[in-house]
Design a protein around this ligand. Structure first.
Ligand SMILES: *Cc1c(COP(=O)(O)O)cnc(C)c1O
Length: 392
């Protein structure tokens, strides 16, 4: 058998990530590969760091992309800050909080687990009570934008509580960066990680991270070496660090970094505030359209993520049948529910380049058709009109 080149169809990606990659970014990925120590490439790395500082709203010197997906950014924050014997307070309101617990345990530390109902935000009062009760929490960890449920937590208040109780904060901002306000310096967040494939609309596989001075001091003052060689920030700095000689650590994913650079240039061109505004207004349009189809949100209006919309699957509609129909007939992907929400909800992403009215109209038409096929008549034109009416 001869296997020939792979040519994927052009899908519309409206799930929990990856999001639609902008054509400008796809084009950037195909530019000539440079050596990873080429002075021109090193110059582009410095620009990427500067652009990431803007995206994170930070002046942290230690701001760079980890050469691996968001999960590696998560792991980088935990393995560098957590030492055996430490106590880490982990807020769990979805899938990604559970993964944080896994990370803490594997670092030989104790995870103090604080659970919140899926689909709700982390409650600051409960976090403060736990910080007070334990008194020796070294790190507070939480997910800013829970992609598994669509809930947004108040990172400003939570990071403030960490400071007040002399703890460091680890913040999962994989889905928040570029989609909702993320103000690392103003909120005094200590270690924050993100991902390339959500609201930055880049290809999957890179994870921007940033560490505050307090976090860097904690890394430098460790009693035990970082358990991961690849993710040890002390070593990564030898390659990504400011000034001095760039030493080989690993071969940077050169072309993937062209893509990230392009996505960050586009974010700068649009302006962060405008990007947040675009996600908010597209969310409003989607919500108006879904409402006419009788589809309800999982998360209450005050804590909804504009870029990730969890909605209940209507009575009489089958989850898998619908998602397969959208993919087969409309080349359109939406996300399934996870954990307790599996089979009960859909997760509709409006991330980055996916957050466009054309995508929303396509989704509303496709959903109405899928529901019609299953015997629930819906007015697609009315749904699209309702969505468009929010934009005028
Ligand atoms: C997607 C996601 C991750 C993991 O990122 P990967 O690139 O899939 O490894 C972590 N946290 C949150 C909140 C996410 O949405």
């Amino acid at each position: 058998m001869t296997i020939s080149s792979f040519h994927p169809p052009r899908r519309t990606l409206m799930g929990p990530g990856p999001s639609d990659v902008h054509p400008r970014i796809l084009e950037a990925l195909g530019r000539p590969t440079l050596g990873h120590l080429d002075p021109l490439f090193v110059g582009m790395m410095d620009e990427t760091k500067a652009l990431l500082k803007y995206a994170f709203q930070t002046s942290n010197e230690l701001t760079l992309p980890i050469s691996a997906p968001g999960s590696a950014g998560m792991e980088a924050c935990f393995v560098n800050l957590v030492e055996p014997g430490d106590k880490v307070l982990v807020c769990v309101n979805g899938v990604f909080g559970n993964r944080m617990i896994e990370n803490v345990t594997r670092c030989g530390a104790t995870a103090v687990r604080l659970d919140f109902a899926w689909g709700t935000a982390v409650e600051p009062a409960a976090v403060e009570a736990a910080l007070k009760e334990h008194g020796d929490i070294k790190i507070l960890a939480f997910v800013h934008a829970e992609t598994s449920t669509g809930a947004l937590s108040d990172a400003k208040i939570l990071c403030g509580l960490a400071k007040q109780y002399k703890a460091l904060s680890i913040v999962d901002a994989v889905t928040s960066m570029g989609g909702v306000p993320l103000m690392v310096d103003e909120w005094q967040a200590d270690a924050v990680y993100s991902g390339s494939q959500k609201c930055l609309s880049c290809t999957p596989g890179l994870s921007p991270v940033t560490f505050s001075d307090a976090a860097v001091a904690a890394i430098k003052g460790r009693k035990h070496p970082v358990q991961s060689w690849f993710l040890d920030m002390n070593l990564i700095l030898g390659y990504w660090g400011e000034g001095g000689k760039r030493a080989y650590h690993h071969t940077a994913p050169v072309n993937a970094l062209y893509g990230l650079h392009e996505s960050l240039v586009m974010l700068q061109e649009e302006g962060l505030e405008n990007a947040w505004q675009r996600h908010a207004s597209m969310h409003k349009a989607l919500a108006a359209g879904l409402e006419t189809l009788g589809i309800r949100f999982v998360v209450d209006a005050d804590h909804r993520l504009p870029q990730l919309n969890s909605v209940y699957i209507p009575e009489g509609i089958d989850d898998a049948t619908t998602r397969q129909y959208l993919l087969a007939k409309y080349d359109l992907e939406i996300g399934a529910g996870l954990g307790d929400l599996a089979g009960k909800v859909w997760r509709i992403g409006l991330m980055g380049y996916s957050a466009r009215i054309e995508n929303i109209s396509l989704l509303l038409k496709a959903l109405a058709a899928a529901m019609g096929e299953q015997g629930i008549a819906c007015d697609a034109a009315k749904a699209v009109a309702a969505a468009e009416a929010t934009l005028v």
